[in-house]
Design a protein. Structure first.
Length: 67
């Protein structure tokens, strides 16, 4: 199963927010994300949809690729 990951710009457009706010939510671990490398983030569309449907209250879904 291949799942497309969204970029910050795509998420910002979906949520009608500025990219800087998406980065803030990511740093605060308030939005589900996948960390790729040291400073790159991507967002799973199903996880983002689930997060939106739950009113943005899904901090437990945050995923980070720890080194």
């Amino acid at each position: 199963m291949t799942q497309k990951l969204l970029t910050v710009l795509e998420v910002a457009e979906i949520l009608d927010l500025k990219p800087a706010r998406i980065y803030e939510l990511t740093r605060e671990r308030k939005i589900p994300f996948v960390q790729i490398g040291e400073r790159q983030y991507r967002y799973s569309e199903p996880a983002l949809t689930n997060w939106i449907e739950n009113g943005g209250n899904q901090a437990s879904e945050v995923q980070a690729d720890e080194k």
